[in-house]
Design a protein. Sequence first.
Length: 154
Amino acid sequence: MPNTSKIALKNHCLQVLENQAKEMQNTLAEIQLALEEETKSSVGDKYETARAQLQAEQKRIDQQLLHIIAQHKALHDLNHDPHTVIDEGSTIELILGDKHLNIYIGVALGALVFVDTHWQIISEISPLAQAIKGKRAGDAFVFQGKNCQIITVG
């Protein structure tokens, strides 16, 4: 993968995280509004239960938002220079069993499509990333009982 495409893939992943953060912020704003409405209209045990549920949801969303922000920072700080040895920031094309995969080692975003190509965006601590770290194009190995062949590293 040319370096400009790798930078574009990284930027696409950053945008996905930014969109997720915006969704979380919108949800937090909705919860805050609901909390304010509960304060105005409710009394008694029903009020306390509804308020506690909203506060628990607010805390959960806050934690998710902090995780997204941490992922964004980690991905932003990744070196996007070309790699010949697989490490964090690498793009990898490989055959895993009978599947052809395109992988970017950054943060755990899962599957996404970028420029009509399906990508698996994985973290460096994922089992697959750990299995391929340090390998080069042309290396063959076995992962979870399946034969693997690394085609390209970028």
